[in-house]
Design a binder for this molecule. Structure first.
Ligand SMILES: C[S@@+](CC[C@H](N)C(=O)[O-])C[C@H]1O[C@@H](n2cnc3c(N)ncnc32)[C@H](O)[C@@H]1O
Length: 207
């Protein structure tokens, strides 16, 4: 899976968000909230090799950079990688995931990103991300779903507006199934409710 059809409109959208610092789309959550919700406090050991996917304004990277200088990043936006370059050893665009080293990361995190990507990209993502974990590495990620019939979920063909708003919801069954296809082992760490939206927090390791 070297190539997947990148949706140019989504690239332009995120470039605009980062260039204009449209905070509404960038998530204003504090890094301590992100660390807590992803349940990674115990995993943030000194000098670990760490990758964040979908870095926003880099606040989590900045925080984790205090514990380890072995930080790396993936984002859809060149601007976001450029703005966080002082916190990372190297960055990749989401279209360059095939360049990720295998058996390399102790910890990978991804928060508030799956709800912005379609199934084709999610499959490409899992195909490349899971092999980049060390044998005992952990991929801590979050995905969203609608509560109380809020918006549809499990829709195979998410439209751009849904993707931009972060409304590409998935069921737990669907996520578990996909992750297992790509040789991931799952621990469900958390379940949170925010009005009409639910989040699952998963820790994935290699099978
Ligand atoms: C809602 S922000 C979340 C930022 C951060 N993870 C947080 O929780 O504060 C989404 C981030 O993911 C990036 N992004 C969007 N689509 C992506 C994709 N397909 N692959 C990688 N990053 C993506 C955006 O550029 C942005 O930095």
């Amino acid at each position: 899976m070297k190539n997947f059809n990148q949706n140019k409109k989504m690239v332009d959208f995120w470039e605009d968000v980062h260039k204009k610092k449209r905070v509404r789309y960038l998530s204003p959550n504090r890094p301590d909230f992100n660390i807590k919700i992803l349940e990674i406090e115990q995993l943030l050991l000194k000098d670990i090799t760490y990758l964040e996917v979908g870095i926003g304004q880099g606040s989590l990277l900045k925080e984790i950079n205090k514990k380890t200088k072995n930080c790396y990043a993936v984002d859809i936006s060149k601007t976001s990688l450029m703005l966080s370059k002082k916190y990372i050893k190297r960055g990749w665009l989401n279209t360059e995931l095939f360049n990720l080293p295998h058996n390399f990361f102790d910890l990978i995190t991804c928060l508030l990103v799956f709800q912005h990507i379609d199934d084709k990209e999610l499959k490409n993502h899992l195909y490349h991300i899971i092999p980049s974990l060390k044998t005992d590495g952990i991929y801590a990620c979050q995905f969203a779903f609608g509560l109380n019939d809020y918006e549809i979920f499990n829709n195979k063909y998410f439209c751009e507006e849904q993707l931009q708003k972060g409304l590409s919801f998935r069921t737990l069954d669907k996520m578990v199934n996909l992750i297992q296809i790509f040789n991931g082992k799952i621990t469900i760490k958390g379940f949170h409710k925010f009005e009409n939206i639910g989040w699952y927090i998963l820790h994935i390791s290699k099978k």
